[in-house]
Ligand binder design. Structure first.
Ligand SMILES: NC(=O)c1ccc[n+]([C@@H]2O[C@H](COP(=O)([O-])OP(=O)(O)OC[C@H]3O[C@@H](n4cnc5c(N)ncnc54)[C@H](O)[C@@H]3O)[C@@H](O)[C@H]2O)c1
Ligand SMILES: [Fe+2]
Length: 447
């Protein structure tokens, strides 16, 4: 049979794959990308570049004998225009007196007002808290909880990227526990009480926070980002409307998109993964890899925006059931110290952590390359292609390199120390100490 390799054709043709001695024909776009990323044509058998016989790499399967549990407490309503369903969804889940939690950018984009009008159209009173800062601060959650309590809310509506959604989850923790400070709820076991219903309306394609159990809040006293993680923080409903993401500026699209890609890659390669999280991750990688550049270059491209939102949702579900790992540990340490965009920090470290982890998950990185649409005959070759593809994608969408952020090298020690203490360090496929993080910081800085 003939196998066509390249975006779109790849998976369909692979399903029909029945002959090891398949003849491969590469489409032009694929050959060009392979040349850019790998510096070679896809196959360099003497004289044969267009059509050649080859033996594809065969992956071992995940072990379905290992025990695990899988909880997905959030109902998903997805599709262009679904925001209009907010009034009926509020009635259905008994959300009658909400606080709308958002930020100034969402107010300026006119999205917060649209949501407020829909709540009022349902016949309900609400208050709007728009004081959420990027890398949401402990004080934002505490102030919002105070206002929500005074108004007597029975529910929460988060509108925005990860910052407002994470803030809303932390407000839920404070209200459920009758608490004023979020710090005591840091970690995976401290939030133990069921929360008021939360409707999460994402406006970026990045964090997947609308479907995760995590809330990342900046501890302003210690300048670091703590995680409050519990299934109780999960939204009751995620109203996922890709139309809300068309106004995201290109640089935010780029950094949030690479955040989503990092969730999928780390969710897939973390040492606590399981097959369902793996499946979500691999489809997420495929969607993001093939749509991020288009979404950055033309924000009004709704098919690309829709694919990105779905990719970020799948990535969120993956890492929430598996975990993130060292990319996030070092990105959060840097982001907490310098108040930098989370996705941008991930983009800086993702390829270098992958390089550093290489010997510990060659085959999984090769699967990442396969999900991106690359074809190879050897796992290590595939894994290296995945690293190069990530580097090229970050460059193509205009994300900066580490040096251009003017981070002081004297701070590397603190960043490495905070990274080693992050709760997700233990999930990295390669064991990581402070010295390992220093090495990753050096690799990224000297690149
Ligand atoms: N909870 C989780 O599972 C999880 C996972 C990863 C990251 N995070 C956290 O999420 C936060 C980052 O969230 P984010 O990357 O979505 O960014 P963000 O929520 O901070 O938003 C970034 C900027 O984009 C603007 N914006 C958002 N949507 C817009 C739209 N539709 N139109 C115009 N402007 C828009 C916002 O106003 C803001 O200025 C970080 O604190 C990060 O640590 C959480
Ligand atoms: Fe993230």
């Amino acid at each position: 049979m003939m196998l066509l390799v390249g975006h779109g054709s790849f998976l369909l043709e692979l399903i029909q794959f029945n002959d090891y001695n398949t003849r491969i024909q590469f489409d032009k776009k694929y050959v060009n990308r392979h040349r850019r990323i790998c510096g070679t044509d896809p196959i360099t058998h003497e004289g044969q570049k267009e059509e050649i016989p080859m033996q594809p790499y065969h992956f071992s399967n995940p072990n379905p004998m290992d025990a695990f549990s899988f909880t997905l407490p959030t109902e998903i309503v997805y599709g262009p225009g679904v925001l209009a369903r907010l009034p009926e969804e509020m009635k259905r889940i008994g959300c009658t007196r909400p606080v709308i939690i958002t930020d100034e950018g969402i107010v300026r984009a006119g999205i917060a007002d649209r949501v407020r009008k829909l709540v009022e159209a349902a016949g309900y009173e609400c208050i709007v808290y728009s004081g959420v800062e990027p890398n949401p601060k402990d004080a934002n959650c505490e102030e919002c909880a105070c206002q929500a309590r005074a108004f007597g809310v029975d529910s929460l509506i988060a509108v925005g990227g990860g910052s407002p959604i994470d803030c809303a989850k932390a407000v839920g923790v404070l209200l459920a526990h009758g608490a004023d400070r979020i710090k005591p709820y840091e970690g995976k076991t401290a939030a133990t009480k069921p929360q008021l219903p939360l409707i999460a309306i994402p406006t970026t394609s990045g964090t997947g926070s609308e479907l995760t159990f995590s809330s990342v809040i900046t501890d302003t006293e210690n300048h670091y980002k703590m995680t409050v993680k519990s299934p109780f923080t999960a939204a009751k409903l995620a109203l996922c409307d890709p139309e809300l993401t068309v106004s995201v500026p290109p640089m935010v699209t780029a950094s949030t998109g690479v955040d989503a890609l990092t969730h999928a890659i780390e969710g897939y390669t973390a040492n606590c993964g399981e097959p369902i999280a793996d499946a979500f991750a691999l489809y997420s990688i495929e969607l993001i890899y093939h749509n991020l550049e288009t979404a950055v270059k033309d924000g009004t491209d709704l098919p690309a925006r829709s694919a990105m939102l779905m990719g970020s949702m799948l990535g969120g579900m993956s890492f929430s059931h598996s975990d993130v790992a060292s990319v996030h540990c070092v990105a959060e340490s840097l982001g907490g110290l310098y108040d930098l965009p989370h996705g941008m920090c991930n983009a800086i470290f993702l390829p270098y952590v992958m390089e550093y982890n290489m010997d510990y998950c060659v085959e999984k990185y090769a699967r990442v390359a396969q999900a991106m649409g690359f074809f190879f005959t050897d796992a290590r070759e595939g894994a290296q292609i995945a690293v190069s593809a990530v580097k090229e994608l970050c460059r193509a969408v205009g994300l900066p390199d580490f040096r251009s952020l003017n981070v002081k090298t004297e701070d590397f020690d603190t960043i490495a120390e905070m990274s080693a203490k992050n709760i997700s360090t233990e999930s990295n496929p390669r064991p990581m100490t402070k010295e390992d993080y220093l090495e990753v910081l050096r690799m990224a800085y000297e690149a």
